[in-house]
Design a binder for this molecule. Structure first.
Ligand SMILES: *Cc1c(COP(=O)(O)O)cnc(C)c1O
Length: 424
């Protein structure tokens, strides 16, 4: 296990997070449960910040990767910026003490209501993804007697070679505006009443393990910015998006944050553009585990299954993307291994965490840790099969605290209306 990177390691054959035995957390809050290392999140945030050195920059954490208020608060205290994709995420950032003035708003489907909320809050930048969005934003801002700060999200047409569901930088994707069209729109929208065009942005995809596509995209944006500036227009910001890969499997060796920074800096240095980056996964993925307990082992025909108390409703990535997550015992006391499928109790054959995997020969009640679950884990959870969602625990050095309590059965029906007596 890449222990230094992840915040998780073994001490006396027992898995610890920072300095806290994970077993103690399981005993206190039950399973399944998400456990996050604050120390690790902070160390990754600082690595991003350092990677850009004295160059004018802002790290805008992509809230959608993990939106827990405790994590947002941790980052807000470091003067992090935020990248949001909905009015709900803006609400979360503000609840956590994050600054609107350091928040950028991305996404293809911003509604008039969401625009108004972000305008009233006074966000740093709207990353606009279409002409019709831009028109609506101009109208809404003019109505509020404001000039909305805007970057156009350009689709730089680079192939980021990642999973098709998380690639976003090709022209066949729904994201961004094609290069030539974006440049033309930037010129045409100069006189629109409610806008202040001040930047260009891109986001080419997620889990990108090669630095070349990042560099290629940034170079295209810098060149466009220089053309627009020569015509007398203002371009102040370049938002390079997120997407840096993390290690999910033992053999994975994603680029370091330092090399990522160096590569991007080499492309923007000299342009005078203020740099924004929007890492999500790279800040939180390795800092989180999903802690689960074995319910039973089951053998059918020639196949062996280990059934645990976590399921696809808690961590969807394996079912959604066929994603690989390492599975480790919390107590390393069993030497023999078996080949098995690790599955949850949900009534779907797609409810699995690992298939045909060498796993420790566990027994009922043994604890397992599903690693690298800090990003796109809890945020994608649901109540499918009427399963209350798990708690989230934030560890800081030798202490830990609940960052979200486990849902109760009452929570499951909150907001539902049973009575049929009043028909409207
Ligand atoms: C999802 C997303 C990110 C974060 O992507 P990661 O791969 O988690 O770093 C950043 N920017 C935008 C616009 C996104 O949609």
């Amino acid at each position: 296990m890449s222990t230094e990177r992840s915040g998780f390691s073994y001490r006396n054959e027992e898995l610890i997070c920072d300095s806290v035995p994970v077993r103690a957390i399981a005993e206190a809050v039950g399973t399944p449960a998400y456990v996050y290392s604050s120390r690790q999140i902070l160390s990754r945030f600082r690595a991003f910040d350092r990677a850009f050195g004295a160059y004018p920059h802002l790290i805008c954490y992509a809230v959608k990767a993990n939106a827990n208020l405790g994590i947002l608060r941790l980052l807000a205290r470091q003067k992090s910026g935020f990248d949001i994709v909905s009015g709900g995420e803006l609400f979360r950032v503000l609840q956590a003490g994050g600054k609107a003035s350091r928040t950028v708003f991305s996404g293809v489907g911003k509604t008039a209501g969401e625009m108004d909320e972000a305008l009233r809050a006074g966000i740093l930048l709207f990353n606009c993804e279409s002409e019709s969005e831009l028109q609506l934003l101009s109208e809404r801002a003019a109505r509020l007697r404001q000039k909305a700060p805007v970057a156009l999200r350009v689709n730089p047409h680079v192939d980021a070679a990642t999973h098709p569901y998380i690639a976003t930088g090709l022209t066949e994707h729904k994201f961004g505006i094609e290069m030539a069209a974006a440049e033309d729109l930037y010129r045409r929208a100069q006189g629109w009443p409610g806008l202040r065009l001040i930047g260009l942005s891109c986001h080419i995809g997620s889990q990108i393990a090669d630095l070349a596509p990042f560099a290629e995209a940034v170079v295209k944006l810098v060149e466009m910015a220089e053309r627009l500036r020569r015509e007398g227009m203002v371009v102040e910001y370049l938002d390079a998006g997120g997407g840096l890969a993390v290690a999910y499997q033992p053999g994975d060796s994603p680029p370091s944050i330092r090399d990522y920074g160096r590569r991007i800096l080499a492309c923007v240095r000299g342009s005078g553009l203020k740099l924004l980056v929007e890492p999500g996964r790279a800040l939180v993925a390795e800092a989180g585990i999903l802690l689960t307990r074995v319910v039973r082992a089951k053998i059918t025909g020639r196949k062996r299954f280990i059934v645990v108390d976590a399921a696809m409703n808690d961590l969807l990535r394996p079912s959604l993307y066929g994603a690989y997550h390492e599975v480790r015992p919390v107590i390393r006391n069993r030497r023999e291994q078996v080949v098995a499928d690790l599955v949850g109790p949900v009534c779907e054959s797609g409810d699995f965490f690992a298939r045909g995997r060498r796993l420790p020969a566990v027994e009922a009640d043994d604890l397992l840790a599903i690693l690298t679950a800090g990003a796109y884990g809890f945020v994608l959870s649901s109540n499918y099969n009427a399963r209350p969602r798990p708690p989230e625990v934030l560890v800081a050095g030798r202490r830990w605290r609940l960052a979200r309590r486990r849902e109760t059965l009452r929570d499951l029906v909150r907001g539902e209306i049973r009575s049929t007596s009043r028909v409207r």
